[in-house]
Ligand binder design. Structure first.
Ligand SMILES: N[C@@H](CCC(=O)N[C@@H](CS)C(=O)NCC(=O)O)C(=O)O
Length: 322
């Protein structure tokens, strides 16, 4: 899959060959911070295919941070140069900060001797020419909490009164569902694949039951927990069910999860963050060990705009509970 070693791109390097560097600074809503929240200073590099990058894209769009935090979108298909910019392809952009051809060159701008994976999403600081953070959960939380001043939507995705519940839900969603599909897809034995699939579907059944009793992951309001759950559901039938062989059931076979996923999808702004063509192109054409032909399936033909009626079933009772 390729990584940077001391600033040099190694297309075939094994993942565990080196200790990886990290970028783990923090944008804060304080003028005295090393990275103060400001409009026009920070930039996101994302892939529309990537479920982790989808978290950042969702928070940016739901909060109306488009004018404050700019975004570039990489080519969904990864080859031996890793993530690349292909502005000629539909819904892809150039690297608007440096005009580079690859994301690894952007990482080298931030640290010329960087060693590690070159992943999306990346939160970049154009003022100091560096990466602030490269981990989606931290980026999503930063965008949700530190940029309030610049948000055009008055939505609190991480209300302080519900943070403990949201964090518990996120931990479960991340461990059991977001990474569960990858444990199945990249399993290295029949036994570990079967365990991964069974654990994943246990978790999906659990969330299906939970979402029978409440509109969103932790209550009556859309929160960061939904921002973590939705990206995996959006990709489920298109790629995880087939490509990663998570095929005990499809998403559309779950009464509540499927209605819930459409409810989130139909939330204003969410559909704009979704791109099924990028999702399918990435998974089916970037993992040639799993799909050697590189053929991209035509389906599924799920109707994401079908009515869900969850707004009526869970009519707001006027309380502020998240
Ligand atoms: N921990 C990271 C994981 C991000 C990640 O693995 N992104 C994938 C795309 S879905 C990637 O960029 N992979 C490239 C690689 O591993 O070299 C996060 O949550 O932000």
């Amino acid at each position: 899959m390729g990584l940077l070693h001391d600033g040099a791109w190694e297309p075939d390097a094994a993942r565990d060959r080196y200790d990886h560097d990290t970028f783990d600074d923090r944008v804060e809503n304080s003028r005295d911070a090393e990275y103060p929240a400001e409009a026009g200073r920070y930039h996101l590099y994302i892939s529309r295919a990537c479920p982790w990058a989808h978290r950042a894209a969702l928070v940016r769009r739901l909060l109306g941070l488009e004018d404050a935090v700019s975004v570039d979108v990489v080519d969904p298909v990864r080859d031996d140069r890793g993530w690349e910019f292909a502005p000629e392809k539909a819904n892809c952009t150039p690297d608007s900060l440096y005009g580079h051809d690859t994301l690894y060159e952007v990482f080298r701008e931030a640290d010329p001797t960087y060693t590690g994976r070159v992943t999306v999403p990346v939160l970049y600081d154009r003022r100091t020419d560096t990466i602030v953070h490269e981990e989606s959960a931290a980026i999503a939380r930063m965008l949700a909490t530190e940029f309030e001043e610049y948000a055009s939507a008055s939505l609190d995705l991480y209300p302080s009164s519900a943070r403990a519940r949201i964090d518990d839900a996120i931990e479960d969603i991340h461990d059991a569902i977001n990474t569960g599909v990858y444990r199945a897809g990249f399993a290295d034995s029949q036994a570990s694949y079967e365990t991964a699939v069974r654990d994943l579907f246990d978790a999906m059944e659990r969330w299906d039951e939970t979402l029978a009793t409440r509109r969103y992951a932790v209550g009556d309001r859309l929160t960061l927990a939904d921002v973590f759950l939705f990206p995996t559901l959006y990709r489920f039938d298109a790629v995880y069910h087939t490509h990663f062989k998570c095929n005990l059931r499809r998403l559309v076979d779950f009464d509540h999860l499927w209605d819930y996923a459409r409810d989130v999808y139909q939330t204003p702004g969410v559909a704009e963050t979704c791109n099924a063509d990028h999702v399918k192109a990435h998974y089916y054409r970037s993992h040639d060990d799993i799909n050697p032909t590189g053929f991209v399936p035509v389906g599924p033909a799920n109707d994401w705009n079908a009515p869900h009626e969850r707004d009526e079933s869970f009519a707001d009772d006027g309380t502020d509970e998240a």
